[in-house]
Design a protein around this ligand. Sequence first.
Ligand SMILES: *Cc1c(COP(=O)(O)O)cnc(C)c1O
Length: 423
Amino acid sequence: MKFNTKCVQAGYTPKNGEPRVLPIVQSTTFKYESSEEMGDLFDLKASGYFYTRLQNPTCDNVAAKIAALEGGVGAMLTSSGQAASFYSIFNICSAGDHVVAASAIYGGTFNLFSVTMKKLGIDFTFVHPDISAEELAAVVKPNTKAFFAETLSNPSLIVLDIEKFAKVAHANGVPLIVDNTFPTPVNLRPFEFGADIVVHSTTKYMDGHACALGGVVVDSGNFDWEAHADKFPGLTTPDDSYHGLTYTKSFGKNAYITKCVVQLMRDLGSMQSPQNAFLLNIGLETIHLRMPRHCENALKVAQFLESNDKISWINYPSLPSSKYYDLATKYMPNGTCGVICFGIKGGRAAATKFMDSLKLAAVVTHVADARTCVLHPASTTHRQLTDEQLVDCGVSPDLIRFSVGIEDVEDILADIKQALESV
Ligand SMILES: *Cc1c(COP(=O)(O)O)cnc(C)c1O
């Protein structure tokens, strides 16, 4: 199947007489004829469904579609993007370990890493994505277990040089985990550039309609855990909670994602509901049509803003004037995303006036769905960060995050024009 066909059809192939549309298997549990059969499932000697906290057919079909879109060997849905980021790291790190993370990341992820995961004994060093390969290599420690970054950061829209990060990570025997929420696999497939694990907040463009929270972890199957066995004992030595099974020996290229499901999801339980997975799948069926429209509309809006004298600065990586234009052209030749960041002359006060005057574009916490929306991160999503941390994350106090939807672009531009007149 070609990419667009996968968006519509991958993951679920009904057999004779089965529903054409992916069914919602709204059941916590699954029936077996004997306790012995079920015991084999619990021991992972046989594969099959037994309890929705571990696996559910609706969720699995949607996970399989996303794995196909990213070009991975397997995927696991989670209840939110936050859960996906947490699992992606906790699957290979424990107390005493260290992770190198980009500083330009979603505010919630930054809190998760710098406060909550720190309490679990996992230490993070944050580096600016523009760091040189030499400087990046210099922050690696003997206990470093992973690199983490966003391919296109929310909200600062910094384009990650994936190859640079992958090279340094691999030279140090650790995987590169990337959050690919903003470009989606329609615009960028990070495995093709050396990333090992991809996570998404499916809440954003994948769902596309702001209906359901969700996340996903996708495994490329490319990282050789056995080659660095001493760093990843959780994957390469026996798991006592499965009578001494070793993931790399039993599951080969699927070791990482299998452990994520059968150990972490079993124990922590932040699975996506089958109902939400059903909604996510409907979103995925049109993502290849929606993303180009988001990008086309956003480019027109960005060009308009760039030429308006009330705008003090603008960052949209698809604009030739952007510092990240060359990286965007390399990694996302067909477009980046629908989100634009800019500042208005007059700073914070002017930004608030502008936002309050918008009529079509709604002020919401959400980003990246069909409807145009707008947010002031410094007073909302990034509220917990100090001014210094804000600068590190690429979020200036006057930054407006404008998420261009798939409405008629003339209406979006008219709304912006009338709001700018009020400033
Ligand atoms: C929203 C977002 C998250 C968190 O996802 P939730 O689904 O809100 O938990 C993580 N990363 C990025 C890039 C996001 O935009």
